[in-house]
Design a protein. Structure first.
Length: 477
């Protein structure tokens, strides 16, 4: 639907009064880049997120045929012309799924896996393309059972017990080492005498005593003392040594407890089987330009974009893969636009910074090509460099050009200057705020004497953020 066909080209809010809002009447032009300003605590989030976005979600559910209680109806009188809203608060955009990565959330990984399935060349069977027709994209994806490295389950790393942190000094006696193993993390239920008997068995077998320091053991004895476990099937002639190596004892105990409770005992290292590439042996063998998919997934997005561009130009290809590669190029370019081209496809989304996570979210909307949506973002440029800010502003304008409305809460001057419409809350925080002090274009705003933000833009004597201190002085509580 073209937004110009909408009967309403504004969103009209009558008497919003949630939290500190004082029955504010706001008119927001649609299909514009709108910036909401005001000191901390003045009511920006109460208006944008808790009033407008709540109602936008309700509108969306209603449009989807899901009837919804008129929740929050008493927080305003009436909102007209609102379309479905999508919002991203800075700190809460985090993925619940710990296995989600930049590649999975953008679906770039799926696209790349399709290219490998279609056009990958086996490194071990050069020249022949046997079995290409049975290749499925899942074989190249760490999050698929067909593609994941079996040793690390596609995580790329393994968590092991940091024994160095646990063991006493090498000069400590075998008995001290042994006791420590059975005491960790709590005493074992097995009888003390029984445990002592095992250590005696070891001492007898290696001609030492329980008082012998660990450091005095031979190399072979050390390895037994640490990692031995009696074999299950034995011939009747040999009498097995009944002893459990101290590391084996710990490992068995750890299986029964929540290992996460002991972060200091964990050591994470690259998976020895896949070296961090997360994929199975078969996938290692299939290459594009002699690189397997794991290598491409560890390139940063900028490098990958260049690789894909070169690869596209180097071959004719089928219409299907050409389309996939074009889609990849478009997404990689979007990642660059939102200032995320330093990330690779394997980067886990829960480890992104608040700003990075929010911009990844923005990127997914840039590529979605939806229109008539109201997008709401909270301080999206926080922490960005001027050149990165400029790119992000461009991406907002692009979202708008696709037929959407973009509303951002921002303190940043370079963003405020680009606003097509400004809504300023104030004058102060809490009960001393909650009013709309200005709504209109930038020029009018800069001339407006009633807003602290506008006054700042005129003077530019101190950063806008310093107004955050106003809340403490003005807050009635
Ligand atoms: N859930 C709530 N219940 C009661 N009061 C609230 C609630 N949320 C916010 N407020 C109060 O309403 C006022 C406006 O808060 P709001 O979060 O809208 O400010 P803001 O302009 O978004 O500030 P900031 O720039 O710090 O995000 C503040 O005085 C705040 O303490
Ligand atoms: Mg806020
Ligand atoms: Zn692995």
């Amino acid at each position: 639907m073209n937004p110009k066909d909408n009967a309403m080209n504004t969103i009209e809010v009558y008497n919003a009064r949630l939290h500190n809002l004082r029955n504010v009447r706001v008119s927001i032009p649609k299909n514009r880049f709108v910036v909401v300003t005001g000191v901390s605590g003045s009511g920006k989030s109460s208006f944008i997120f808790d009033t407008l976005h709540k109602e936008g979600q309700r509108v969306y559910l209603e449009a989807s045929g899901i009837s919804h209680d008129s929740f929050g109806w008493d927080s305003f009188d009436y909102i007209e012309g609102l379309s479905p809203t999508i919002a991203a608060r800075q700190r809460t955009v985090s993925s619940i799924n710990p296995r989600s990565t930049v590649g999975t959330t953008t679906r770039l990984l799926n696209l790349l896996a399709n290219v490998y399935a279609q056009e990958g060349v086996s490194a071990s069977e050069t020249g022949r393309d046997r079995g290409r027709e049975d290749r499925l994209p899942g074989m190249f994806m760490f999050n698929s059972p067909h593609g994941a490295c079996p040793q690390c389950d596609g995580r790329g790393s393994v968590t092991e017990v940091n024994f160095r942190h646990l063991w006493p000094d090498a000069s400590a006696s075998l008995e001290q080492w042994h006791d420590l193993a059975y005491r960790f993390p709590n005493k074992t239920k097995e009888a003390k005498a029984y445990i002592a008997g095992r250590l005696d068995n070891f001492a007898a077998a290696y001609g030492c005593s329980t008082d012998t320091p660990f450091s005095a053991l031979s190399e072979e004895a050390r390895s037994v003392f640490l990692t031995y476990r009696p074999r299950r099937t034995q011939s009747k002639k040999e009498k097995p040594l009944i002893f459990y190596g101290v590391e084996v004892v710990i490992e068995e105990k750890i299986k029964k407890i929540d290992f996460k409770r002991f972060p200091e005992l964990q050591i994470k290292r690259a998976c020895p089987s896949c070296q961090g590439y997360r994929i199975s042996r078969q996938a290692f063998d299939i290459r594009l330009e002699n690189r397997h998919i794991g290598e491409l997934c560890l390139m940063d997005a900028l490098e990958l974009k260049e690789f894909i561009a070169r690869y596209r130009a180097s071959r004719a290809g089928s219409p299907f893969t050409n389309h996939i590669l074009q889609e990849m190029a478009r997404k990689l370019e979007c990642l660059e636009t939102v200032g995320l081209s330093h990330l690779n496809l394997y980067r886990e989304t829960p480890t992104l910074s608040g700003g990075e996570a929010q911009r990844l979210h923005i990127m997914s909307h840039l590529t979605a090509r939806m229109n008539s949506i109201v997008y709401i973002f909270d301080e999206p440029t926080a922490g960005l460099h001027e050149t990165e800010k400029a790119k992000l502003i461009e991406s907002f304008l692009r979202l708008k050009e696709q037929g959407n409305t973009v509303i951002v809460v921002e303190h940043d001057e370079s963003v405020i200057r680009r606003a097509e419409h400004i809504i300023d809350f104030g004058p102060m925080a809490g009960k001393l705020g909650g009013e709309v002090r200005y709504q209109g274009d930038y020029d009018g705003f800069a001339r407006c004497g009633e807003s602290l933000t506008a006054a700042y833009l005129k003077q530019k004597s101190q950063p806008v953020k310093s107004y955050r201190f106003v809340r403490d002085e003005a807050s009635p509580s």
